[in-house]
Design a protein around this ligand. Structure first.
Ligand SMILES: Cc1ncc(COP(=O)(O)O)c(C=O)c1O
Length: 424
């Protein structure tokens, strides 16, 4: 995002009393709007209600004869693997289907590496102090995994095309304790941007001092387009294999924002060596995942094309909400130089940048006016945005009319916080 400089700082400062008056009036309205988390709305969840009855009382056999009611099938039903493989543009052998949450699979992959190490490595990562690169603004729960397990986080800037690759290449080449990097490569949380082909190829090919360096490739929004066309993304397993680093990426995704957020199906995909290693550990952890849920997903979606067609219905519900965010920010803030915001073509979030030092004030002001936003700083490691300027806007849950009202409040809070800062 471009640097933010007020176009007319004097005029903004002089408007302070007018903004204070508008803010006092908005407070009187007693609003109660929640824009904190990127949850699907009820209407989106309703799109998949047929999942509830997708399996008749005697429909429990998978295509290969597996009785989905019983134990077994550690890496998932072949037909579920085939759907995920096609969506992630990889092969079914590269795929392990998990339970309902990809975050669980990411967490467990990190913990397995800490306790046991990974192929190409020299034992458990936890033997030394290790570090992860964290492109930011990014996903707070990735950073929480690192914080929880004592992994030091190094922030790198996330630009329009992906992470600042010059910084990334220099860091990983010079420090063998950097073992991992979080990436949300498509419609990133929260900026909504997609990594360019050149960034993905550089990530795949870069020299790392740690031979067992891993990209934690969270492709959570792989099929979550808002427009008729999708952002192209270079397929990571193939790119890393081509560059001679087949074990580098571990990819994750799920149907949380395709079917049901609380009862979807998650997946990881990686090289043969990583898949074999993960399965060795998974066999200790479980006698098999919920294959009944996998089968009902297979019956409901039928194939990858069925998933894509379903995602168009999500897009139709989400688009007006994202348009409301753009429309209000454009109307209230364009040309002021007080803020910059992303206009994503997919995913679940809009990223709003204020003047340096203003984000926490904007979130506080909005909260006091009845609009709850994700806490300022949440998009950075340890919850600390060094420039205190980034705010994640999550428009999916409330109706479009409420998103519009909430954004009017946020835009006013941006002006008020900016005017207070410029006057000071
Ligand atoms: C980037 C990213 N990864 C993962 C998740 C959660 O995935 P799951 O529901 O599969 O655990 C989210 C949810 O907001 C997300 O934004």
């Amino acid at each position: 995002m471009t640097a933010i400089t007020p176009v007319n700082p004097q005029e903004v400062a002089q408007s302070l009393s007018q903004y204070e008056a508008s803010y006092a009036a908005i407070k009187q309205r007693g609003l109660k709007l929640d824009m904190t988390r990127g949850k699907p709305s009820n209407e989106q969840l309703d799109l998949a209600n047929e999942l509830m009855s997708a399996l008749g009382p005697s429909d429990y056999k998978a295509a290969d004869g597996t009785d989905t009611r019983n134990y077994g099938g550690l890496d998932g039903l072949p037909e579920m693997k085939a759907i995920f493989a096609e969506l992630l543009e990889t092969s079914p052998q590269s795929v392990i289907v998990g339970g309902a949450s990809s975050l669980t699979m990411m967490h467990d992959a990190v913990v397995r590496a800490l306790l046991h190490g990974v192929p190409d490595g020299k034992g458990p990562w936890a033997r030394e102090k290790i570090k992860f690169l964290c492109p930011a603004p990014g996903y707070d729960r990735h950073f929480a995994i690192c914080q929880h397990h004592g992994i030091e986080m190094i922030t790198v800037d996330l630009d329009k095309d992906g992470p600042d690759m010059a910084a990334v290449e220099q860091l990983v080449a010079g420090d063998a304790s950097i073992k991992g990097m979080w990436c949300v490569p498509k419609y990133s949380n929260p900026t909504g941007e997609t990594y360019s082909a050149s960034v993905v190829e550089r990530l795949a090919a870069m020299k790392t001092a740690a031979p067992d360096f891993r990209l934690f490739w969270d492709n959570a929004y792989a099929v979550h387009d808002l427009e008729a066309t999708t952002d192209p993304l270079v397929e990571i397993l193939g790119a890393c294999a081509k560059a001679g680093n087949p074990n580098r990426p571990i990819e994750f995704a799920s149907t949380s924002k395709i079917s049901f957020a609380g009862a979807g199906v998650a997946v990881m995909a990686s090289s043969a060596a990583n898949v074999a290693d993960a399965k060795k550990h998974l066999a200790i952890q479980s006698i098999g995942p919920d294959k009944v849920n996998q089968l009902r997903h297979v019956r409901f979606f039928k194939d990858a094309a069925g998933v894509r067609a379903h995602m168009q219905k999500h897009a139709a519900l989400l688009r007006p909400k994202f348009e409301a965010v753009s429309r209000i920010f454009e109307r209230e803030l364009a040309g002021t130089g007080l803020a910059a915001w992303t206009k994503p073509r997919g995913g679940y979030f809009v990223s709003l940048d204020t003047l340096d030092g203003c984000a926490s004030e904007v979130v506080k002001l909005a909260d006091e006016a009845g609009v709850k936003l994700t806490p300022a700083g949440a998009t950075f490691p340890l919850g600390k945005d060094p420039r205190n300027r980034n705010i994640r806007v999550a428009p999916s849950l409330p109706p479009a009319s409420q998103v519009e009202t909430a954004m009017e409040v946020v835009a006013l809070c941006v002006k008020l916080a900016s005017a207070r800062k410029l006057k000071a």
